[in-house]
Design a protein around this ligand. Structure first.
Ligand code: NAD
Length: 431
């Protein structure tokens, strides 16, 4: 790559500003940020300052930026779930290729519509299914595809959401309501559905799913618990979900030990000790976890049969100390299992000595097991070579459709859903 790919960042939040933008600082020969759109004044000022953007290249909204003539090769759409389709369409109509955050949309019709628009306009769209680029999953895929495991019969996976992450994102925070963003099986687990399809090398045929909000609901509130943790909650010191503990004092997640991380930055535009404290006193992230307006599940299971006959079992749960994913692939000649957080797979050819495979991931350069930056590496390389990325829009939608069919099944009490028939029931339209 001789000259850097020029990029406009749409949404300078956790993903736009804190995850993807720093790649341009680290690899200036590959990526250059030339404009940004962000309604929040503090975030807009920060991206302008850090990336040297003049006032005429910083915009309040995606709509304002895309009203201008095209000013870069690519647009990174890093806004919230419900805005992706509108912002992606505006960008493609202006001729931008896209990096598009997941989930693409919670609507089957809108996903199909976006795909049609991308094909008509000839735009390349890479969906941020970052896990496909993580060495842990790439090694698992290599073993599955190489025949080392024999014929793959079954895959078991789980998404173990840390209790603090569950409380932050899915009880108090941005993804707490399926009607406003996406159901949790899509918001959190479209990654997992994508990985399962990739590892099985087959789309999903039938899926059945169950789950609900078992714990984070008002009838589980301790007696006397107020609306906000800082309003004199009587069980504050024995509740692991206490907001002051999670955001300020806890050794793993709190500001006092770790400074401001992605959670504190979501809590307040002023992620200082005092800023976080004040935001917890009255803001949404200080609410009692039993007194929020959340409606997404806190656990969900799924069993599926892939088109090629492989059986899949998957569990999502918000009740874990460790925030990680686990995986087990079972073949006729061997199995492999591992834990993403440990960056280790154990591969055993049947009857032989297990082989422990450790990934070489420099956590300091990116998140998601190394997937975030490797995705950008591959996307820029594919762009230079004129090839498709591993997570282009067409491929990525299979995982979305599996998640949506699973949610449909859950809402129907676990009834088995034929994914192809389910998807065919929706026209391509911008809903
Ligand atoms: N790929 C992954 O692994 C991964 C991980 C986390 C989040 N996500 C997804 O990334 C997306 C962004 O998540 P986030 O945590 O960065 O959220 P965020 O709320 O921190 O950032 C979104 C930003 O978009 C801005 N925005 C809102 N309306 C806008 C408009 N009209 N024009 C321009 N900007 C606008 C908001 O002010 C905000 O700063 C979500 O869809 C989320 O589901 C993906």
């Amino acid at each position: 790559m001789d000259t850097p790919v020029t990029v406009v960042i749409i949404g300078a939040g956790n993903r736009g500003l804190r995850t993807y933008a720093p790649y341009a600082k680290r690899f200036p020969e590959r990526m250059k940020i030339v404009a940004a759109a962000e309604p929040d004044a503090a975030r807009r000022a920060r991206i302008a300052q850090e990336y040297d953007l003049p006032p005429e290249r910083t915009f309040r909204t995606a709509q304002e930026l895309f009203a201008q003539p095209r000013m870069a090769d690519m647009a990174f759409i890093c806004t919230q779930d419900g805005d992706h389709v509108e912002h992606a369409c505006l960008a493609m109509e202006r001729g931008y290729d896209l990096l598009l955050e997941k989930p693409v949309s919670a609507s089957v019709s809108a996903c199909k519509y976006l795909l049609e628009r991308a094909q008509t306009l000839g735009c390349s769209v890479t969906v941020c299914h970052v896990l496909r680029y993580a060495p842990f999953y790439q090694k698992a895929k290599e073993l599955a595809a190489s025949g080392a495991l024999g014929r793959i019969i079954a895959i078991q996976a789980s998404e173990n959401v840390g209790y603090w992450h569950m409380a932050h994102s899915y009880v108090r925070g941005n993804w707490r309501r399926a009607d406003e963003t996406s159901p949790m099986i899509l918001a959190k687990c479209c990654h997992d559905m994508d990985i399962l399809i990739w590892l099985a090398d087959s789309p999903c045929k039938m899926v059945s799913s169950m789950g609900d909000t078992a714990f984070f609901r008002s009838d589980n509130a301790p007696a006397g618990a107020p609306g906000h943790c800082l309003d004199g909650c009587p069980v504050k010191f024995r509740c692991p979900y206490d907001a002051e503990k999670i955001y300020l004092t806890d050794a793993l997640t709190g500001f006092y030990v770790n400074g401001a991380g992605w959670m504190q930055n979501a809590v307040t535009p002023d992620p200082t000790r005092e800023g976080v404290y004040q935001a917890l006193k009255a803001g949404p992230y200080g609410r009692c976890v039993f007194r929020c307006d959340n409606n997404v599940v806190d656990h969900q299971s799924l069993c599926a049969e892939m088109e090629n006959g492989i059986s899949v079992s998957f569990l999502l749960s918000g009740f874990n100390q460790r925030n990680t994913r686990t995986l087990r692939i079972m073949g006729t000649l061997g199995d492999v299992y591992g834990n993403l957080d440990e960056e280790t797979l154990v591969y055993t050819p049947f009857g032989k000595v297990p082989q422990v495979i450790r990934m070489d991931v420099q956590e300091t350069i990116s998140g998601h097991g190394g997937g975030d930056y490797r995705m950008l590496d591959e996307m820029f390389a594919a762009r230079a070579q004129g090839t498709r990325t591993a997570t282009d829009l067409r491929r990525s939608l299979d995982g979305h459709f599996m998640a949506m069919a699973a949610e449909h099944s859950r809402l129907a009490g676990g009834q088995a859903v034929d994914v192809e028939t389910f998807v065919a029931g929706f026209p391509a339209q911008n809903t």
